[in-house]
Design a protein around this ligand. Structure first.
Ligand code: ADP
Ligand code: MG
Length: 293
């Protein structure tokens, strides 16, 4: 068959807000039976707000916000932006870190006002033998049980606080999952975030399967493993940490609102970042392919 019908399909795709790398990428849509969805920035807005500050006994809330906010100001992670913005709103101008480093999938570390500061998953602090007090543990678990993201703050050898940030599910995500299911696809939520948060978000949008606490470099292995089990996998993501998995998937779909790395690694781009269009893209592609058979 000539690719004329495919080109018509891609033209219609552009109208719907779908950019297609080339007609050949659509071949796989016939066989896809599973859609792996990144959580942050894909199913959720990826914009979070600082909603809680829990300090350990004897710690000063303003100092926690100054040091954690200063460090997070240097990071582009959605959690970091929420912390920096929330801290600025509460304590005013923040100091500039003397040193700063991202610890991929775990958090940030650096020097602020002469203090060695860590902000991130409790695992990051544990690596430096900074253990959460029972009081901070309770705050962390309460926040997570409520479906929020909690990160720990520590400096100079001690855990000091737990910060709570909340991200909201995009208004279009639930309908998107319904549409994907209607196409016979099994949705799976994939995230570096903890299991409780992942499950709360999944329940909110109607996803039953969750793969949580996956390090950025391991996302691609999750896709490979699903493929080795015989699944034909579409992956939807937005982040630099999704790029390898998007390239590995049988069909990679990037949020147009996401990073260039994700867009470059993908077969399709959902220009407006509307997840419902992922289902439309797969349906349109299948229909287009069937007209040339
Ligand atoms: P996702 O897969 O949901 O997009 P990431 O892999 O980027 O998440 O990050 C995993 C986890 O590491 C986050 O949920 C958070 O707990 C922690 N983390 C990463 N970067 C930061 C940061 N800059 N500040 C605080 N916590 C962070
Ligand atoms: Mg993401």
């Amino acid at each position: 068959a000539t690719p004329t019908a495919l080109l018509v399909g891609t033209g219609r795709g552009a109208q719907l807000g779908i950019l297609i790398k080339g007609p050949e990428v659509l071949e796989s849509t016939r066989r896809i039976d599973m859609v792996v969805l990144d959580k942050t920035g894909t199913v959720t807005e990826g914009r979070m707000t600082l909603t809680g500050v829990h300090v350990a006994d004897g710690e000063d809330e303003a100092e926690v916000l100054r040091l954690a906010g200063a460090l997070e100001h240097a990071s582009e992670h959605p959690i970091a932006q929420a912390v920096a913005k929330g801290a600025t709103a509460r304590v005013g101008e923040l100091p500039t870190p003397e040193d700063f480093a991202n610890v991929e999938g775990l958090g940030v570390q650096g020097i602020v006002d002469g203090h060695a500061v860590l902000v991130g998953r409790p695992r990051l602090l544990e690596e430096w033998s900074q253990h959460l007090t029972p009081e901070l543990e309770r705050s962390l678990h309460a926040a997570q049980a409520a479906g929020r993201t909690a990160v720990a703050v520590g400096w100079d050898g001690q855990a000091r606080a737990v910060l709570v940030v909340a991200d909201v599910v995009k208004p279009t995500s639930k309908e998107a999952i319904t549409r994907l299911r209607a196409l016979g696809l099994t949705p799976v939520l994939l995230t570096g975030d903890n299991e409780a948060v992942a499950k709360t978000v999944a329940a909110e949008v109607g996803i039953d399967e969750v793969i949580a606490e996956v390090l950025p470099a391991d996302k691609v292995d999750v896709v490979k493993e699903l493929q080795s089990e015989g699944r034909v996998v579409a992956m939807v993501g937005d982040g630099v940490n999704d790029a390898a998995a998007l390239a590995q998937a049988d069909l990679g779909l990037a949020m147009g609102t996401g990073t260039d790395a994700a867009i470059e690694a993908s077969d399709l781009t959902l220009v407006r970042g509307d997840l419902r269009v992922a289902a439309d893209a797969i349906r349109l592609s299948r229909r287009t392919l069937s007209t040339i058979k």
